[in-house]
Design a protein around this ligand. Structure first.
Ligand SMILES: C[S@@+](CC[C@H](N)C(=O)[O-])C[C@H]1O[C@@H](n2cnc3c(N)ncnc32)[C@H](O)[C@@H]1O
Length: 218
């Protein structure tokens, strides 16, 4: 049976995983990320977790199908409650920014020393702020395109960080405009901000235009 393909969003998240003994996939749902990480021996073992029993069942079925389930520990749990030992890399992907922020805040003690890989489909500036407040530092951010949508995938590690409003909004690692899809992503962001007619949106537009002008001059 062929392993399932990852879309660009999950592949980007997977690419941030170091080779390690144990990783975690929080909110695993279909289980494709865990399947890829185990099948390619990037993680020797995985904690595969979801708050929903029926979602976790999907992950369990996929890993059983590919004979990988003996290397996985399946847990129905809220966020980082699934974790009780130090984990080299933890992915929390495919949820809203507020949900991921809440998971990080509630589980700060579980994050020290881990590579934290997050991808939210909303409220990314607030998520970046939570990352900083959780004693983590953003070490990389990449943009991925899956279907017609763009996603930001953030890789953070333990470390002190303080971000300005500007960095929180654009992304500390996206500010140079060097990321893949930067032009399309920021043009899309510009269209969204343009519809919001308030003072803050005007500032956001200026910041977006600054990145775009950097892109045009390269
Ligand atoms: C859209 S799926 C994302 C699946 C996969 N991580 C991905 O990125 O493709 C979101 C999953 O997160 C789970 N979830 C939501 N809140 C959660 C929480 N607090 N703790 C663990 N899982 C949660 C949901 O049950 C759902 O299965």
């Amino acid at each position: 049976v062929r392993y399932p393909q990852l879309d660009e969003r999950l592949q980007t998240a997977a690419d941030f995983f170091p080779s390690c003994d144990i990783g975690a996939d929080i909110g695993a749902d279909h289980g494709r990320l865990s399947c890829y990480l185990l099948a390619n021996n990037i993680c020797q073992r995985m904690i595969v977790s979801d708050i929903s029993k029926s979602s976790l069942e999907k992950a369990k079925n996929l890993l059983t199908l590919h004979k990988l389930s003996d290397r996985a520990c399946f847990r129905v749990a809220d966020g980082l409650d699934a974790i009780c030992i130090p984990i080299a890399a933890i992915a929390i992907c495919g949820m809203g920014g507020h949900t991921i922020s809440k998971i990080l805040k509630n589980g700060i003690s579980k994050l020290s020393g881990s590579n934290v890989i997050v991808s939210a489909h909303s409220d990314i500036p607030a998520l970046r702020e939570t990352i900083a407040n959780a004693g983590l530092q953003i070490v990389a951010e990449r943009i991925a395109k899956a279907g017609t949508r763009f996603y930001v995938i953030i890789h953070a590690r333990q470390g002190h960080s303080e971000y300005t409003e500007h960095e929180l909004f654009i992304g500390p690692c996206l500010i140079t405009g060097e990321a893949r899809y930067a032009r399309e992503y920021f043009l899309h962001m510009r269209r969204t901000e343009y519809r919001v007619r308030n003072q803050l949106a005007k500032t956001h537009l200026l910041w977006i235009d600054e990145v775009l002008s950097r892109l045009q001059s390269t």
